[in-house]
Design a protein around this ligand. Structure first.
Ligand SMILES: Nc1ncnc2c1ncn2[C@@H]1O[C@H](COP(=O)(O)OP(=O)(O)OP(=O)(O)O)[C@@H](O)[C@H]1O
Ligand SMILES: [Mg+2]
Length: 222
């Protein structure tokens, strides 16, 4: 469903490829992780998948359509949710208001919107005592959970996350990865997570490692 064909990218000069001739497929219902050392080009690669930037060579296909034809802005608005390490929530709003705003921005109407928001947050362990607090008064793990709820209530098929567990402890990290897996498996979405943590990669369905300008599949069972 999301596919990259022969993509290559460089920033300043063409001889400095970050990666080249990359062909990968990301299917619905699976969590993918992308591993790689710092500076290898993971965030750059994600920005191409998310329609934030275009590859210098090759193309990105979403449901067999070139995202360039869909239009990058349109693609980002209709199909992609992005979760960052720094959560990117509206800091002056509560968890409840953040989700409500995301629904508004995506044009999604729910008949019982209030209940829907409360239930969605409860699903990830944000209970009633936390829902109406400013998000800056929540812990890092709690804020990340709110960011994840925001990524799935918008009904986008593609969820892209850059180091979503970078600031969190081991147990919270495990829970967050589990949450992504539940979303991918139950809602049939594509989830792609960039991480430098092999423990996170091991929990995912498929792992690719970016090394020496190429992506190779890592055997998660081994
Ligand atoms: N806008 C830019 N202009 C020029 N070079 C850039 C730009 N953004 C990133 N780079 C360079 O491209 C390379 C890849 O950067 P990128 O952010 O994709 O790496 P990364 O794998 O995400 O690293 P990290 O694990 O540290 O987040 C780095 O050498 C970086 O310095
Ligand atoms: Mg990065």
């Amino acid at each position: 469903m999301l596919k990259v064909e022969d993509i290559g990218y460089w920033y300043t000069t063409q001889t400095d490829y970050l990666f080249k001739d990359v062909n990968l497929t990301f299917e619905k219902g699976k969590v993918y992780t992308i591993l790689g050392s710092s500076g290898s080009g993971k965030t750059t690669f994600l920005s191409l998948l998310a329609g934030l930037d275009q590859p210098k060579e090759g193309k990105v296909l979403f449901n067999d359509r070139d995202v360039k034809k869909i239009g990058l802005t349109n693609f980002r608005k209709k199909d992609v949710s992005i979760v960052f390490q720094a959560y990117n929530l509206f800091s002056y709003m509560s968890a409840y208001e953040n989700i409500k705003t995301a629904l508004r921005i995506s044009g999604i109407k729910k008949t019982d919107e209030g209940d829907f928001i409360v239930d969605s947050l409860k699903k990830v362990g944000i209970d009633e005592s936390l829902i109406h607090k400013r998000v800056t008064h929540l812990s890092g793990g709690q804020q990340q959970r709110v960011a994840i709820v925001r990524s799935f209530v918008t009904e986008h098929d593609l969820i892209i996350a850059d180091e979503p567990t970078g600031n969190l402890d081991e147990n919270t990290t495990k829970e967050i990865v589990k949450l992504f897996k539940t979303i991918a498996h139950e809602q049939n979405k594509v989830v792609i997570i960039v991480t430098h943590e092999p423990e996170v990669a091991r929990e995912s369905d498929v792992t690719y490692e970016l090394k020496n300008k190429q992506f190779s599949i890592v055997n998660n069972a081994g």
